[in-house]
Design a protein around this ligand. Structure first.
Ligand code: SPV
Ligand code: MG
Length: 431
């Protein structure tokens, strides 16, 4: 009997899959590879049904003889093991990121004369509607929190991009690039206090109140599915912090970061050029404990941010604080730096990892911008936040359009600097 292989990556089986399996069964004995959760999350969508369940469902389908786990988007491992005569896939894999996967399959199975069979892709309007509804589920607060936790636990570097309103979040939700290693997207959004203040034309001194910032979180939650990491500055008064945590948890935030400063907070990148003070270890630990006592969701993270390097208090102080904050219950440590190179961040991370191999580490490489995600990962860092680049990019573009209109006394010349109305409208989802 001929051997037939096909891979199923989604968590919802529909008529299109049944058609493909039927076609496959006509050719021989069918083995279905079920894409592992990590790959499904990375290349398709975050699976709502875990791998073991998906395997059981697929194993129960008529025409399926064997079910195996496919550990990578590329089929190589399984193909060499199984050496199938046929690989079956809907013809939709001739487009997009699957094109490369298809080419690779053709190349591998040609080694033993295997062939691909490509039934036409089955388009199903009611299923598309259902898929949309499933996507709404992916935007629920608990699922966003779970996604962030899963990604950290898998040891992948979590790439976080700043968003400060609905449209910037929508862009961050959708932007993807094709690389040698496959499709890449951002994993989470950063709600920066600097950017939330700047878009309101206000200084970054905890002046924009929590209700105003939460209203932006609501805008973003409504139209996206990725986790949100919220910059809560100092966390405010100890007595208020528990309430802030409950509010952020309720509106859907996945993690909050508070920094160990007190008094009038100034932006960290200003360092000691301005007057700003670090809180005592004791006070800050009390704040962490108050936040932990207030939170309800097990996956909601409270991350402690250390300003010792920003305020030139030295590495020993930074390491001591990290240990104390973890003891107080912090779910992660953010170490900030305004150095031009990543050396002090590497030194901190290496020393911290000798004492603590578990607690997630977060960094914000604004000034030491040459550092790569791979280098950060190699030093045990889990989360990288690109904290302000999109806002800084938007301003020069907007300013240039304004100048062009003023210079020409009309808007015609500015058109080529603008996205078309049709394109900008197409970004907005209609529910
Ligand atoms: C922010 O983005 O608001 C931050 C990071 O807190 S930094 O501006 O570098 O302090
Ligand atoms: Mg901030």
């Amino acid at each position: 009997m001929k051997k037939v292989y096909l891979c199923i990556s989604t968590d919802v089986i529909q008529t299109g899959h049944i058609n493909i399996i039927n076609e496959a069964a006509k050719l021989g004995e069918v083995t279905v590879g079920v894409l592992c959760d990590e790959c499904a999350a990375k290349y398709e969508r975050y699976p709502l049904i875990p791998l073991e369940e998906r395997m059981k469902i697929i194993a129960g389908l008529k025409g399926v003889s064997h079910v195996v786990v496919q550990e990578d988007i590329y089929y190589d491992d399984i193909l060499y093991k199984l050496r199938p005569d046929y690989v079956v896939h809907g013809d939709n894999w001739k487009r997009g990121y699957l094109k490369k996967v298809r080419e690779r399959v053709v190349q591998v199975i040609s080694e033993w004369g295997g062939q691909i069979v490509e039934p036409p892709y089955y388009k199903n309007a009611s299923f598309d509607y259902f898929k949309g509804a499933m996507n709404e589920l992916r935007g629920l607060p608990e699922l966003r929190r779970q996604k962030l936790k899963d990604k950290i636990e898998r040891g992948e570097i979590v790439k976080v991009i700043v968003t400060y309103d609905g449209i910037s979040a929508l862009l961050a939700e959708k932007t993807e690039v094709e690389t040698e290693k496959g499709k890449k997207q951002f994993d989470a959004f950063w709600m920066s206090s600097l950017c939330d203040s700047t878009v309101k034309g206000k200084p970054d001194i905890e002046l924009v109140d929590i209700s105003s910032r939460v209203s932006v979180v609501n805008d973003i939650m409504e139209i996206t599915t990725k986790p949100i990491i919220f910059d809560a500055d100092t966390g405010g008064q100890l007595e208020h912090f528990g309430y802030t945590i409950r509010t952020l948890e309720r509106v859907g935030v996945s993690a909050v970061i508070i920094e160990d400063k007190c008094g009038l907070k100034r932006n960290s990148l200003l360092g000691n050029e301005v007057e700003q003070h670090q809180d005592s270890i004791e006070n800050f630990c009390e704040k962490i404990k108050a936040g932990k006592a207030a939170k309800i969701s097990k996956n909601f993270m409270i991350i402690a941010r250390i300003e010792s390097l920003i305020l030139e208090q030295g590495m020993e102080d930074a390491l001591k604080r990290a240990q104390e904050y973890v003891k107080a219950g912090a779910d992660g440590i953010m170490m900030h730096s305004r150095a031009k190179t990543p050396d002090e961040i590497f030194e901190f991370a290496d020393k911290f990892r000798k004492m603590d191999s578990e607690t997630p580490l977060v960094v914000v490489p604004t000034t030491y911008a040459t550092v790569t995600e791979e280098e950060l990962k190699a030093h045990g860092i889990n989360i990288v936040i690109y904290a302000n680049q999109t806002l800084r990019a938007a301003f020069p573009a907007v300013q240039k359009v304004m100048q062009t209109i003023l210079e020409n006394g009309r808007c015609y010349e500015a058109n080529e600097q603008c996205m078309s109305i049709k394109d900008i409208l197409s970004l907005i989802p209609i529910k």
